[in-house]
Design a protein around this ligand. Structure first.
Ligand code: NDP
Length: 310
């Protein structure tokens, strides 16, 4: 398969973000071991990916950095060709902890800057995992400082709901460039996606496959990988069910973060730009919505700023 390139979107700060990122978080994806990450990142860059998504909490920033270094050493890309996203974990939400936490991430990645730094959750935690009452507006001041220092070219949030986005914007100088949230056929998130897009905030869709493949096999909501309507769309376009679901998200203007450690699926997940779905097909996939989440951190449901409906 030839290397595919993803188009870019312009963020509200003028930076450009490739619309396909390799996901590297493994806690949520069955079976991926940390030593696979270096190879997956290298393989993804070889397959045409220019955007890699990681986070301090994934504990794989060293492997991500090594995969990037391998690709650069081989002359596949230069640093400036890549877009690297990482995230601030919830136990470093005090304003003066943000820049040091980012510097630690940069050290692990072996980079001088990231392209995008996100507040991973609006919830703040103490070091022991108990609730902290630090306000994400305070955390955002630290994020603004990280951007001003050039350590992060763009800054944004993750897992923020509409009210939290609005409150953040009314209380800060720099508008978030991105909100990274779960979006897939079981959780289509029309209201939150529209709200962000109307505000000029780009939406990154995590867990893009939803329950399509491996999770909670007996209790998962549809669609599954053999769903007849998705299979029919796949036949029409000569694509796999996974590619149909990813293209559905692209056609909604989202930036997707498929995770794979498999060379063939890594290539498949960016081979999306020679077809598009019709309005009717997008609507058909939208009808799977059940507002059911893959990622539901209910252990935090009574913590301040829990972002999801309880
Ligand atoms: P995904 O929806 O990307 O699903 C990953 C699973 O799908 C893996 O088991 C993978 O297996 C399989 N898979 C990959 N490609 C295909 C394909 N073409 N056909 C069939 N199966 C496929 O889930 P994640 O939860 O990992 O989310 C993706 C990324 O989003 C994370 O890695 C992380 O970077 C980010 N994320 C962010 C969160 C946040 O709070 N901001 C929360 C959760 C995720 P295999 O590897 O064998 O291909």
């Amino acid at each position: 398969m030839m290397a595919a390139q993803a188009p870019v979107l312009e963020l509200n700060d003028g930076n450009k973000i490739p619309v396909v990122a390799l996901g590297t978080g493994r806690g949520t994806a069955a079976g991926a071991a940390i030593d696979e990450v270096r190879h997956a990142v290298y393989q993804a860059i070889k397959a045409g990916y220019r955007h890699i998504d990681t986070a301090a909490i994934y504990q794989d920033e060293p492997q991500v950095g090594q995969g990037i270094a391998d690709a650069i050493a081989e002359g596949l890309v230069k640093r400036e060709d890549l877009f690297v996203t990482t995230k601030l974990w919830s136990d470093k939400h005090a304003q003066d902890e943000v820049v040091p936490a980012l510097r630690e991430s940069l050290g692990r990645l072996g980079l001088d800057y990231v392209d995008l730094y996100l507040i991973h959750f609006p919830i703040a935690l103490k070091a022991d995992g108990s609730a902290s009452d630090i306000d994400y507006v305070e955390t955002w001041r630290g994020m603004e400082e990280a951007k001003k220092q050039g350590l992060a070219k763009s800054i944004g949030v993750s897992n923020f709901n509409s009210a939290q986005i609005d409150r953040l914007i009314s209380n800060s100088q720099i508008k978030p460039a991105v909100n990274q949230i779960e979006v897939n056929p079981s959780l289509t998130q029309e209201p939150l996606v529209s709200h962000c897009q109307e505000l000029g905030i780009a939406v990154m869709a995590y867990s893009p496959f939803g329950f399509l493949v491996t999770r909670k096999v007996n209790t998962s909501p549809p669609p599954r990988i053999d769903d007849p309507s998705l299979v029919a769309m796949g036949k029409k376009y000569g694509k796999s069910t996974g590619q149909i679901v990813l293209r559905y998200l692209i056609d909604r203007g989202l930036i997707i973060i498929p995770k794979s450690a498999n060379e063939q699926r890594i290539a498949e997940n960016i081979d999306l730009f020679d077809f598009s779905l019709t309005k009717e097909e997008i609507a058909t996939i939208g009808q799977f919505n059940k507002n059911i989440r893959v990622i539901e951190p209910i252990r935090w449901k009574d913590y301040p700023n829990y972002p999801f409906e309880k």
